[in-house]
Design a protein around this ligand. Structure first.
Ligand code: SF4
Length: 69
């Protein structure tokens, strides 16, 4: 059984704090305009991704934990 994860950023909420990019730089980056970007694949079960989502100060990141096949 394999689950898939995805992250949906809400660019209306993101304030570009960079917290997510600091926590999980393989997945998140903040561009020059201060908007979060996904720069890498989200590995299902990655604790750093989960932490980054939970710690976003504005709740701009939504973690979608897809069910497995
Ligand atoms: S932690 Fe949240 S507010 Fe900060 S850059 Fe990431 S998505 Fe944006």
């Amino acid at each position: 059984v394999s689950a898939s994860w995805a992250v949906e950023p809400d660019w209306e909420r993101c304030i570009g704090s960079g917290s997510c990019a600091f926590t999980a730089p393989e997945v998140f980056d903040v561009d020059d305009s201060g908007a979060v970007q996904l720069v890498g694949p989200v590995i299902a079960g990655d604790p750093l991704v989960q932490l980054a989502v939970e710690n976003c100060p504005t709740g701009a990141l939504r973690l979608i934990q897809g069910g497995g096949a």
